[in-house]
Write a protein that binds this ligand. Structure first.
Ligand code: S3P
Length: 425
C-alpha cells in the first residue's frame, strides 16, 4: 500500500462504530430476550468474527446496510456449535466469549489466526479456572486453540494483575452464570463498556474504584444500541489533522468515554488545538471533535492514563516523532502482547523513517523533530501499525510503502478512502 503526501486537510468525517462496543452489542444481544437493533455497527473483520461465532451457537443475526438485528436467545439459550468457533484476529472475541462459554451446558472449541494463537490466554484461564471452569489450551502453551466445557461456576473476587477490559469482562460474563456476586479488581481502571452495556440491558453491575461486581442470573432485555464512533479510529485523523499544516477537520459523533479518552489528554499536553462540540453524556458519552493543525511538543505518557489510550500508542509514537522535543512512554508493557509486539514494531518502523527512538521494557523514548522520510514499513499484519504509518506517510516526504496494509480491514475497512477524502493531494 503506497501512501501519498497530503496538504491541508479540510472537511468532516464520521468514523466507523466503536469496535469494543460493537462486539459487546452482538454478544450481549445474543444473551438478551428479544431483538437488539444495533446502529453504526463496525463492519470490520473482528466484529464479523463475533457475529459468526454467535451464529454458530444458534443465534439468528441479520445484517443489512444500516443496522444489525440480533434475535437474542436469553442467558441459557445458546446451542452447542457443530464446528470450531473461528475468532479470526480478535482478542476481544476470544477472551469475552470464553467467559460466556464457561457457563454453558456444552463443550466448544475456539481458534483463530497466527496472531491469536500466540496471544496470552492464561490471563483468562486462571480466573475462570478459579471459578470452577473447564478451559484448556489444546496445545498446552497457554494460547488458543482453547477447549471449554461448561460447568457450574462459583463466584470469586478476582484480583487481576493486569489492567485489561478483556480480562475484566471475561470474569464478569462468567459471573452471570455463577452462584453469587462476582467481583474483579484491576490495578488501574480499564475501559468500562461491558459494565455500561450490561446495566443498560438490565443486569446489576456496580463499580467502585477499580472493582466491578455483577449479580448472577441477570435477565437481559433487548434494547436499541447506537454505537458511537470509535475514538481509536478517530485517533488517526486527530493526528493527521494536527500534523498537516493548515488543516481543520470535524470528526462527528466520536465516543469520549473517560476510560478511552487518553488520546485527547495526551494531544492537549503536546500542544494540540482540539475542541469538543455537541457533547452528549447520556449512556456512552459522545462529541464532535474539531481538530486544527498545531505545533506539537514532547510529553510523558505514564501511569493510570495508559489503559485509556493503549490502542493509540502507535499513533502517539508517530506524532511524537514529528513533534519537537522528547516523549517518554512508560507503564505500557501490554503493548508487547497486542496484535504484534507494538514496542518492537513501532521502533522498527520509525527507525526506518529516520526517527530517534529507543525501545524500553515498558514503552519507548522518542526524541522528536528529526527529518523523517517515507520508507518500506512492515505492518506485521497489525491494523493499528498500518494505519499509524499510513498517517505518517501523508505528512513526511518520500514514498511510504506499507507491507500488509490491507489488514486495516480488521477495524477500519474504509480507512484509506477516508484518509484521502479530506486532503488536497
Ligand atoms: C479491548 C480491550 C483492550 C484493547 C482491545 C479491545 C476490549 O485490550 O487493547 O483493542 O474491547 O475490551 P486489553 O483488555 O487486552 O487491554
Amino acid at each position: 500500500m503506497e501512501i501519498k503526501k497530503q496538504t491541508r486537510l479540510r472537511g468532516e468525517l464520521t468514523v466507523p462504530g466503536d469496535k469494543s462496543i460493537s462486539h459487546r452489542a452482538v454478544m450481549f444481544g445474543s444473551l438478551a430476550q428479544g431483538t437488539t437493533r444495533i446502529t453504526h455497527f463496525l463492519e470490520g473483520a473482528d466484529c464479523l468474527s463475533t457475529i459468526s461465532c454467535f451464529r454458530k451457537m444458534g443465534v439468528d443475526i441479520e445484517r443489512n446496510a444500516s443496522e444489525i438485528l440480533v434475535h437474542g436467545k436469553g442467558l441459557h439459550g445458546l446451542s452447542a456449535p457443530s464446528e470450531i468457533l473461528d475468532v479470526g484476529n480478535s482478542g476481544t472475541t476470544t477472551r469475552l466469549i470464553s467467559g460466556i462459554l464457561a457457563g454453558q451446558s456444552f463443550t466448544s472449541e475456539l481458534n483463530g489466526d497466527a496472531s491469536i494463537q500466540s496471544r496470552p490466554m492464561k490471563r483468562i484461564m486462571t480466573p475462570l479456572q478459579s471459578m470452577g471452569a473447564d478451559i484448556v489450551s489444546i496445545k498446552g502453551n497457554g494460547c488458543a486453540p482453547l477447549r471449554i466445557t461448561g460447568k457450574p461456576l462459583q463466584a470469586v473476587h478476582y484480583q487481576s494483575p493486569v489492567a485489561s477490559a478483556q480480562v475484566k469482562s471475561c470474569v464478569l460474563l462468567a459471573g452471570m452464570y455463577a452462584d453469587g456476586i462476582t467481583r474483579v479488581t484491576e490495578p488501574v481502571l480499564s475501559r468500562n463498556h461491558t459494565e455500561i452495556m450490561l446495566n443498560y440491558l438490565g443486569a446489576k453491575v456496580t463499580s467502585q474504584g477499580t472493582t466491578a461486581s455483577i449479580e448472577p442470573e441477570p435477565v437481559l432485555k433487548a434494547r436499541e444500541i447506537q454505537v458511537p464512533g470509535d475514538i481509536s479510529s478517530a485517533a488517526y485523523f486527530i493526528a493527521a489533522g494536527l500534523l498537516t499544516p493548515g488543516s481543520q477537520i470535524l470528526l462527528r459523533n466520536v465516543g469520549i468515554n473517560p476510560t478511552r479518552d487518553g488520546i485527547l489528554k495526551v494531544c492537549r499536553a503536546m500542544g494540540a488545538d482540539i475542541t469538543l462540540l455537541n457533547v452528549n453524556e447520556e449512556g456512552e458519552p459522545v462529541a464532535d471533535l474539531l481538530i486544527r493543525s498545531s505545533q506539537l511538543h514532547g510529553t510523558t505518557v505514564e501511569g493510570s492514563i495508559i489503559p485509556t489510550l493503549i490502542d493509540e500508542i502507535p499513533m502517539i509514537a508517530v506524532m511524537a516523532a514529528f513533534a519537537e522535543g522528547t516523549t517518554v512512554i512508560r507503564d505500557a508493557a501490554e503493548l508487547k502482547v497486542k496484535e504484534s509486539d507494538r514496542i518492537a514494531v513501532v521502533t522498527e518502523g520509525l527507525r526506518r523513517m529516520g526517527a530517534d527512538i529507543q525501545p524500553t521494557e515498558d514503552g519507548m523514548i522518542i526524541h522528536g523533530g528529526k527529518p523523517l522520510q517515507g520508507a518500506k514499513i512492515n505492518s506485521y499484519l497489525d491494523h493499528r501499525i498500518a494505519m499509524s504509518f499510513a498517517v505518517a506517510g501523508t505528512i513526511c516526504d518520500g514514498t511510504m510503502d506499507i507491507v500488509g496494509g490491507d489488514c486495516v480491514n480488521i477495524s477500519y475497512p474504509e480507512f484509506y478512502k477516508d484518509l484521502y477524502s479530506l486532503g488536497e493531494c
